[in-house]
Design a protein around this ligand. Structure first.
Ligand SMILES: *Cc1c(COP(=O)(O)O)cnc(C)c1O
Length: 449
């Protein structure tokens, strides 16, 4: 089939996620046909450095046949069996055990799902079950943050704090949102340190306003990913920890992006020294080779939901799919055996930090930030006032297109450009990334002048 036929069929039949169907119909899509290492190739043969690891999932890049083989072998042995009705499969047991080992201390149980959204829905179900079994059914409200991303099911989207999403569905009424720790966008005249404390105090104020006896949980990403790689000021998490210590409220960390090495530690919770009660994972757990998600359940919560009788009436057909679990096991083996995460922490992460920071000198860059294997930069017309080019933040889209033209996949969140390259990226490839990003910025400045 030729390219124009494919594009026409795409227009005619495929509804893409998070897409303006009308605009896409006019512009058409980019067909990605193959990939290797840290690169993807499109139908025209253009090879691009994938600065986004697919959709934050292919942390080991695209050439790990061990994972493909593990899936294939499993599909030949036992392609499917469920874990309902007192059944189980060997891969699901082995992956549950392996996850207990790599996740923070005190997290020794897992509930598997097919995605991150389903895992956050599972969290809502577990949170409610926990407080009911504890005899505190009035604890119902879950606090989240504005501009958070927690998935796109009704539960996930309600937990998320993206205004564009909230306009298009009816949110669950027991979820509420507080300010995000986004200093560049919302810090005003405060220093980053002051603003970090301020944003954390918003949690305390909200808990007091609602009454601690009514609050069930606080959910957050360690660093907001889709919201624009918002790395909170250093004062934020220590202050949140202090706030949470005063109240009997569950902490849910959504580690869908930052789990499995992105910060240079196994989990964002490890990086920030947090002790979550529930921890959502998905994406990189299988290196994107097979859909799988889940939630890690701490001993504190597991003791309650496991020791009291009565069925937990929740589960998905594909919870603990054996091929998905084999993909997870193969991924964990590579991460452990090849010391990939240590390399991010000690070598490639610091190198990315150094090179990425050089982009801050560019005339249209207001701030750069990075940590481990993520980075963001803010496009501005005026550096000192942090003023954007326009109210609709269209500069980001221009910069993304320029970046792709130069052979680098960067993502635009409004006028924030973000990267999350595969953890296997080499220092030479970091150089390539920064050089291509620089050229994209030059072209963007010219286009917007
Ligand atoms: C992607 C993402 C989700 C949703 O995961 P899906 O597998 O797309 O359902 C949830 N939380 C965070 C932080 C994510 O980045």
């Amino acid at each position: 089939m030729n390219k124009s036929q494919l594009l026409q069929q795409d227009r005619d039949h495929l509804l893409h996620p998070f897409t303006d169907f009308h605009d896409l119909g006019k512009q058409g899509t980019r067909v990605i046909t193959n990939a290797d290492g840290a690169y993807i190739t499109d139908i025209d043969g253009q090879r691009m450095l994938d600065g986004m690891s697919g959709l934050w999932c292919c942390n080991l890049g695209y050439s790990r046949n061990e994972i493909a083989d593990a899936i294939y072998e499993q599909l030949r042995t036992l392609p499917f069996y469920n874990s309902f009705f007192q059944c189980t499969t060997i891969p699901s047991i082995e992956l549950a055990d392996a996850l207990s080992e790599v996740t923070p201390e005190g997290m020794n149980n897992v509930f598997f799902t097919g995605s991150g959204s389903e895992a956050n829905d599972t969290n809502l179900r577990i949170i409610r079950r926990y407080w009911d079994l504890k005899g505190q059914p009035e604890k119902r409200i879950v606090i989240s943050r504005q501009n958070a991303y927690h998935g796109s099911t009704i539960g996930g989207a309600s937990l998320g704090g993206m205004s564009g999403m909230h306009k298009q569905f009816q949110s669950l009424d027991y979820i509420t949102h507080i300010q995000q720790p986004y200093w560049f966008g919302e810090g005003g005249d405060m220093s980053p340190e002051e603003f970090g404390v301020h944003a954390a105090r918003c949690l305390d104020e909200k808990i007091q306003e609602l009454g601690p006896d009514n609050v069930a949980a606080f959910i957050a990403e360690p660093i907001q990913g889709a919201g624009g790689v918002i790395i909170p000021p250093e004062t934020y998490w220590p202050e949140v920890k202090k706030v949470l210590a005063q109240y009997d409220i569950l902490l849910v960390m959504d580690e869908v992006i930052f789990g499995f090495g992105r910060t240079g530690e196994w989990f964002g919770s490890d990086y920030y020294g947090l002790k979550p009660d529930l921890m959502t994972f998905a994406k990189a757990v299988t290196n994107g080779y097979f859909p799988l998600g889940g939630t890690m359940v701490s001993d504190r919560v597991a003791e309650v939901i496991k020791s009291k009788g009565g069925e937990f009436t929740h589960g998905y057909t594909y919870s603990a799919h054996p091929a998905a679990c084999m993909a997870g096991l193969a991924t964990l083996n590579i991460l452990r055996n090849e010391k990939i995460i240590d390399n991010v922490r000690d070598t490639t992460g610091p190198y990315l930090a150094k090179r990425w920071a050089e982009l801050a000198d560019h005339p249209i860059v207001g701030e750069t930030r990075s940590l481990g294997m993520v980075g963001a930069l803010e496009l501005v017309k005026d550096k000192s006032s942090r003023a954007r080019f326009d109210d609709d933040c269209t500069a980001g889209g221009v910069c993304r297109d320029m970046s792709i033209k130069h052979g680098l996949v960067m993502r635009a969140t409004g006028d924030t450009m973000i990267i999350a390259p595969p953890l296997i990226i080499t220092t030479e490839q970091v150089d390539e990334l920064v050089e291509k990003a620089h050229r994209a910025l030059d072209d963007t400045a010219k286009a917007l002048a």
